[in-house]
Design a protein around this ligand. Structure first.
Ligand code: ZN
Length: 648
């Protein structure tokens, strides 16, 4: 086992892993002003983006859930990796060869098995791919592909391969490359046979590498080729430390840029369907890997589309026209409320999946299938109606009973009304008021059913605590604070102080000496403990004048911070935008700092006046005179500061 990664190599990995690019592999980021980027937080569910990335400072921060850190922390959190594993992952991404120091256990630096498992997959993928091109017993695999309209170039595009039929060819090959039996079983590439020896997980199958969003192969999907083989038609890698199938969408690594650009995702059923769509000019197709489309898949897609309230994104489910397809549609319907975006269904009347469609009717037919999508509600309602004979009044009423609850579930009231009117037309009842009443009853019933949970089921399950500034509360992540630490962001004093602290951490070159003077001059320059603690931390780190590069300065402060609460607060200030329309310049810094000083002096004046009022000017004449003089000086100073603060 190798020791810890060399410190200078970690620094190189950081330098060559631009945080916006790394995070952009997982979620769509859009410019948010001030050089910041914004997206939907991958660490909690939300409908308006409060996840901020500040490339210049190598930092991310979520204003809703408080998640935050640097580029290594992000990889640790999103992929559940140790520090070392995350560094190794980023190093591989940037093409950096890491050097290790032998021995010496360092907490948080356990050497990563993730890298080994990923390397084993890469080696297996190469091995399988080479076999598909050349091995004589891979003939049925090549035949399967050409029968479905794919050539070897297409197969190569998707990294496809072929697994040998013999028991342990891959196992032997990978052992020869230095992988241990333990690594091969952990990776899901081999398993114990009945006689105790290690055998290949996949044998005699056509292989699709399953890749994560960054394009790294983490599992395989495999289709049997021998009709005499009585094992399942498709097999997938079991769950491993690399592969959590509920969260992985096949093809997403290739599709994610187009999904973000077009704000559209097409969900198909099989690996060949993803390929057919891609080759037909529908580059937004993805498929689940041996599991049904679930909540975690929704989360991944929403972040790629940047699915926000009022956005014009589209999620399109494709289904076979048969009963299984209808069941799947109902499943999708239950997930519909999880999307803010509109959901659609694309169903080919003769039940051809995209792969067969391309084969029989050409690539244009695949594009047509997607273009002819129907809103999910319409599809679900029409499916319900199709099960009844609408030529008889009994059939019409039975159909209404089945369809009304579906319409009643629609969140948007306007949309619900429109569908109720449509339902009346589709039923042929010609009695809108009657249908509307039925829908209303169904809707109320649905509301009662979900009432015990305390929440309306109207998309509120996906909580969103909104934008910075919208929260009259404590610094993020600050649980269980003493009452005197109530932090009200709408308080104008706090706002201007916060602005001054932001300048000190974000633009030290501009804020430097002036900020340090302010802090030194007025011990009580800041009015709340959170601000005072940060000012003290800045002083402890040598003051803003000693900051150096902004990025290092922020990192130094975060490292020196007393506790997690202070770190979270700091990250907020590093990421939060400065409240100035144009560039941050000397004049702005001057105004903000003068205003903070003026407010501090104002507080001193209040204290001094109160003391004077309690004194007896006759008995304590000398003391009174001195204090009065101080008060006059303070008032003068305040006037001067006021002029500076207002630019006068
Ligand atoms: Zn969050």
């Amino acid at each position: 086992m190798a020791g810890r990664i060399r410190q200078e190599d970690i620094a190189i990995v950081r330098e060559r892993s631009p945080i916006a690019d790394v995070i952009g592999d997982y979620i769509q980021l859009r410019p948010a002003g001030g050089g910041n980027l914004k997206g939907l937080c991958p660490f909690h569910d939300e409908r308006t983006p409060s996840f901020n990335v500040t490339p210049g400072k190598d930092l991310y921060h979520c204003f809703s859930c408080g998640a935050g850190g640097d580029v290594i922390k992000f990889i640790q959190e999103i992929d559940h990796l140790t520090f070392t594993e995350a560094v190794e992952r980023l190093a591989a991404r940037a093409g950096i060869q890491l050097r290790y120091e032998q021995g010496g256990y360092v907490p948080g630096q356990e050497t990563g098995q993730r890298r080994r498992l990923a390397e084993a997959h890469r080696a297996a993928e190469e091995y399988y791919a080479e076999r598909l091109r050349t091995a004589p017993d891979a003939g049925p695999g090549r035949e399967f592909l050409s029968q479905r309209g794919f050539d070897l170039g297409d197969a190569e595009k998707f990294g496809m391969g072929h697994s040998p039929r013999a028991w342990d060819e891959l196992t032997k090959h990978l052992r020869g490359r230095g992988f241990t039996d333990d690594e091969l079983t952990k990776a899901g590439l081999a398993r114990r046979g009945t006689r105790g020896g290690l055998i290949d997980m996949f044998r005699g199958r056509l292989m699709w590498p399953i890749r994560d969003l960054t394009g790294e192969t983490i599992a395989f999907g495999a289709r049997k080729l021998d009709s005499g083989d009585d094992s399942p038609k498709y097999l997938n890698t079991p769950e491993t430390p690399l592969f959590k199938k509920g969260q992985v969408l096949y093809g997403a690594d290739l599709a994610k840029r187009e999904i973000a650009k077009r704000r559209q995702a097409v969900i198909v059923e099989g690996y060949t369907d993803v390929m057919a769509c891609y080759l037909s000019g529908v580059p937004t197709a993805v498929a689940t890997c041996g599991t049904s489309f679930g909540e975690d898949h929704v989360k991944v897609l929403r972040r790629l589309i940047m699915d926000t309230e009022g956005s014009d994104g589209e999620v399109i489910f494709t289904f076979d026209g048969d009963a299984a397809g209808q069941k799947a549609a109902i499943r999708a319907f239950s997930l519909e409320e999880r999307f803010a975006t509109q959901t659609f269904v694309a169903v080919q009347p003769d039940g051809l999946d995209p792969c067969d469609l391309r084969l029989k009717h050409g690539e244009a037919a695949v594009r047509d299938l997607v273009a002819r999508r129907v809103p999910l509600f319409e599809f679900a309602i029409r499916s319900a109606l199709s099960r009844h004979n609408l030529d008889t009044p009994e059939g019409q009423l039975a159909a209404l009973d089945e369809a009304a609850p579906i319409v009643g579930r629609i969140k948007d009231i306007g949309l619900r009304q429109r569908y109720a009117v449509n339902l009346d037309r589709w039923l042929g009842l010609m009695n809108e008021r009657f249908v509307l009443q039925r829908v209303k009853d169904a809707s109320r019933k649905a509301g009662q059913r979900s009432a015990p949970g305390g929440r309306a089921r109207s998309g509120q399950e996906i909580t969103d605590r909104g934008q910075p500034g919208a929260r009259p509360e404590t610094p993020a992540g600050a649980g269980g604070q003493a009452p005197e630490e109530r932090y009200d962001r709408s308080n104008p004093v706090l706002r201007v102080e916060r602005e001054a602290l932001k300048l000190a951490v974000q633009v030290p070159a501009l804020a430097g000496p002036a900020f340090d003077d302010l802090a030194a001059e007025a011990l009580e320059a800041f009015s709340v403990p959170a601000h005072r603690r940060l000012a003290a931390l800045i002083a402890r780190c040598g003051g803003v004048s000693s900051a150096g590069r902004p990025r290092d300065w922020a990192a130094r402060l975060i490292e020196e911070a007393d506790d997690d609460r202070a770190r979270t607060f700091l990250r907020e200030l590093v990421v939060e935008q400065v409240q100035v329309a144009g560039d941050i310049d000397d004049a702005y810094v001057e105004v903000v700092l003068a205003r903070v000083a003026e407010l501090a002096v104002g507080r001193q004046i209040t204290v001094a006046k109160a003391r004077l009022q309690r004194m007896n000017p006759v008995d304590e004449q000398a003391e009174y005179g001195r204090l009065f003089g101080d008060l006059m000086a303070l008032e003068q100073r305040r006037q001067a500061l006021l002029r500076r603060a207002t630019g006068g």
